[in-house]
Design a protein around this ligand. Sequence first.
Ligand code: VGL
Ligand code: ZN
Length: 199
Amino acid sequence: MSSSALIVIDIQNDFCPGGALAVTGGDEIVPLVNRMIENYEHVILTQDWHPTAHSSFASTHTGRAPFETIEAAYGPQTLWPDHCVQGTPGAEFHPDLVWTKAELVVRKGFRRGIDSYSAFFENDHKTPTGLGGYLKERGISELTLVGLATDYCVAYSALDAARLGFNVSVQMDACRAIDLGGSLQTMTEAMGDAGVSLR
Ligand code: VGL
Ligand code: ZN
């Protein structure tokens, strides 16, 4: 069994052009990600999966607009347009993503009161999703991350994976960023400082 896995982060309709929280060029990475999927024995997907009126939606907070930041009980939280609502077309994977061989789909952000950018921990940085245990129990120690968005879910996942002791790479040309207030530069530097290999 191979000790490396490809983690495909949030390649969902709402993060692609035409979606509710569209990431510029989000759909452009799909052909490259499909080729990478073919080359890995272990493929794991994440799926942003929010209930209606999720606490990360600006529409849930009166007088708040998307892309503002509020102070949640667990720390600062950016507010987003309603996106990736459970069971809606926007929450589905991009139709061209060849995801059928994935052995695990990790859904995240499904509790109304807390967001989860990372595939490993919710935004309190404490509540585990179970992915770390799954990988460790299966002897997988090396991770390559791709997907959306570079500076949010990919970066937070990479930082947590490095903190958990995994050997982590991010394939940057198979990612696209939201880039809010310099977040792409900030998070790229943070990943580099944490020992994540940026390819
Ligand atoms: C994401 C913002 C809100 C992401 C998810 O996948 O990067 N960003 N929810
Ligand atoms: Zn989300």
